[in-house]
Ligand binder design. Structure first.
Ligand SMILES: Nc1ncnc2c1ncn2[C@@H]1O[C@H](COP(=O)(O)OP(=O)(O)O)[C@@H](O)[C@H]1O
Ligand SMILES: [Mg+2]
Length: 369
């Protein structure tokens, strides 16, 4: 158990509304953000499993707000799933409250803990094994939009302020270029130009929001395959998990980020750019799954803007890698000297590839409606 002893976990567990004694505990899953444990509780009617997690408070400055968002969204989902005749214990996360009734327990060292009912007979996969897995993740994230379509998104906390405010990120990028604290700007002129030439991409969604032409949605903001639980028997996506980054946002951004990393033919830090492209087959698979999951809840405008979502998210990500390179690699962890530069180049290659395939991407979206 990484940093915790069994006794420590046992002490934390005592602060949650568990009806049974903890009889087993082990570290669980492949998450990179939180510390996750699987606990087995002995109950009269048979043993039950729960998830216990310490929230990473370096990433989330206000864990109380994270938990308030999660409580509100999961309660709403639970209700919706019941109304639709689904299984609310498997199709949404369910928070187990602390003994004092709060959604979390704060330990003496300032650690934030929370607990969920364990979702049985399902698995989180790190890698897409077949296009069907990619479809299932798209469908699940689309369904998430569908179920939350009438939720008042503006009432949620913006737990990471300006997370996908691409216009603000563009301004921050320009500042990083001007300051050039590492003296690296001269050697990456081509990449800098790539960003500056596309200010319209940075502004696109912000301007539409200013004009109130886009609805604010409940977005997930971490739409990886391994945040979907896939049923062991049917291999269908059953539940969206990892709701820490649930915030008000745009449907196209959740969609676009999935395309950015899921439909790319190469790794995010591939050095050989000839291997990097946007796979239109995977783009189609994801678009189909996402729109089917959304079940008609997106506006015509949102649907039309799905390719733009892919482009904006990829552009924004590349811009952030390049800004971090200019600032001396202070945000993203690097494993080699020009790692952030390599990363920004794959993103810009993808953006350029999407621009070349723009009409085809739009046709695919039109076909999937
Ligand atoms: N309610 C749950 N039921 C079953 N497994 C879960 C549950 N919540 C989390 N997990 C498992 O724990 C892993 C890490 O949890 P997650 O909330 O995604 O944390 P991280 O933010 O670190 O990725 C998941 O990938 C999944 O395997
Ligand atoms: Mg996760």
């Amino acid at each position: 158990m990484a940093e915790f002893t069994k006794a420590q976990i046992e002490a934390v567990a005592k602060n949650f509304q568990y009806d049974g004694e903890m009889v087993d505990v082990r570290p669980y899953g492949n998450g990179h953000i939180n510390d996750t444990f699987l606990l087995e509780l002995q109950m009269e009617q048979g043993n039950r499993k729960v998830i216990l997690q310490q929230i990473n408070h370096h990433v989330f400055a206000k864990p109380e707000e994270v938990m308030e968002n999660i409580m509100n969204v999961t309660r709403y989902l639970n209700q919706k799933i019941r109304e639709n005749g689904g299984d609310p214990w498997r199709e949404t996360l369910n928070v187990v409250p602390a003994v004092d009734g709060k959604a979390y327990y704060l330990d003496e060292e300032g650690g934030f803990w929370r607990s969920y009912i364990f979702i049985t007979d399902a698995t989180c996969y790190d890698q897409v094994e077949t296009p069907q897995d990619f479809y299932e993740s798209a469908y699940s994230f689309g369904k998430f939009q569908n179920l939350l379509a009438e939720y008042p998104a503006e009432t949620l906390h913006e737990t990471i302020v300006g997370f996908h405010d691409t216009r603000a990120r563009f301004a921050a990028f320009k500042k990083a270029v001007e300051e050039d604290v590492m003296g690296r700007a001269a050697e990456v002129q081509e990449e800098i130009r790539f960003v500056l030439e596309r200010e319209d991409v940075a502004n696109c969604f912000a301007e539409l929001l200013d004009r109130k032409e886009l609805p604010l949605r409940v977005t997930h903001n971490d739409t990886k395959l391994n945040n979907i639980m896939i049923d062991n028997k049917t291999r269908k996506g059953i539940c969206v998990i990892d709701l820490d980054t649930v915030m008000p946002g745009l449907a196209m951004n959740d969609f676009g980020d999935s395309i950015r990393f899921g439909a790319s033919t190469a790794a995010e830090d591939e050095k050989d750019l000839s291997r990097v492209s946007c796979d239109l087959g995977l783009f189609e698979t994801y678009t189909k799954g996402f729109l089917e999951g959304c079940g008609g809840k997106l506006t015509k405008k949102e649907i039309e803007l799905l390719p733009m979502g892919a482009k904006v998210m990829t552009y924004e990500c590349g811009m952030r890698f390049l800004a971090d390179y200019l600032q001396g690699d202070v945000y993203f962890k690097i494993h080699r000297p020009e790692h952030n530069l390599d990363r920004c180049r794959t993103q810009f290659k993808l953006v350029a590839d999407m621009e070349a395939k723009w009409e085809a991407m739009q046709e695919i979206v039109a076909k999937c409606i």
